[in-house]
Design a protein around this ligand. Structure first.
Ligand code: URA
Ligand code: SF4
Length: 214
């Protein structure tokens, strides 16, 4: 089927609107039955992502943890509670944004995703980004920042060096602002990271207000 894309909606040639929601649902439907990498053998549920199909801001974590794997939803465990608090601190509900991960299935014992798993899974993330066309992409932690930076040819020198800064870039043919910050799970047990993550969110909140987002 040929599709015609306008700012936020996609139409078939017959002019029938296919809202982003339907396209995101199609990605999610593929993810939940995906067996493209070995993580499919150990997962309970794949975790495609949640949020608004009209979101202008996207949050990208690393991979599902134990609670996410059980529920099929991203950021529902301890790190998720912290993320919800950070969001509400800048006047955002998780329903207003889109939250997902680089890799959609939980790596055993929460190890980091392997390069091949990232390579195999990220076409799903890329599709989600293309559908949403977010103005802001917030990368949470090393893995998601490294992935998004690699897509826009920015050199990634570690999260502590690049966090809290806005990077304008052309990603998948779209103008976006990338904002890397710490992963909430890493900050949970580190007071310094926690403070810096909270500061980053305040900065993000001000920038979103300036852009009339949220
Ligand atoms: N950590 C992540 O990176 N993603 C989740 O969904 C939960 C914890
Ligand atoms: Fe498929 Fe990604 Fe899950 Fe691997 S991690 S099985 S590629 S959805």
């Amino acid at each position: 089927m040929r599709l015609i894309r306008t700012e936020k909606e996609v139409f078939t040639l017959e002019g029938v609107p296919l809202p982003n929601e339907k396209l995101l649902d199609e990605v999610a439907a593929e993810v939940v039955v995906c067996t493209k990498c070995l993580l499919s053998k150990t997962r309970t549920k794949a975790v495609p992502g949640v949020g608004s199909s009209a979101a202008q801001i996207m949050f990208i974590g690393e991979a599902p943890g134990q609670s996410e794997d059980a529920k099929g939803e991203p950021f529902v465990g301890a790190a998720g509670k912290f993320l919800d608090a950070l969001l509400s601190g800048i006047g955002l509900l998780r329903e207003q944004v889109f939250i997902t991960n680089v890799v959609k299935c939980r790596p055993p014992r929460n190890r980091e995703p392997m390069p091949l798993e990232v390579k195999t899974c990220t076409p799903y993330l890329d599709r989600q980004i293309r559908i949403l066309q977010p103005k802001f992409i917030v990368t949470l932690g090393n893995n998601s920042t490294a992935y998004i930076f690699s897509k826009v040819n920015l050199s990634f020198t570690g999260i502590t060096r690049v966090r809290g800064e806005f990077f304008k870039a052309s990603l998948l043919g779209m103008q976006v602002v990338i904002f890397p910050t710490f992963h909430p799970a890493a900050a949970l047990y580190n007071e310094k990271y926690k403070e810096q993550l909270a500061e980053d969110f305040q900065l993000l909140g001000r920038e979103l207000k300036k852009n009339m987002i949220g």
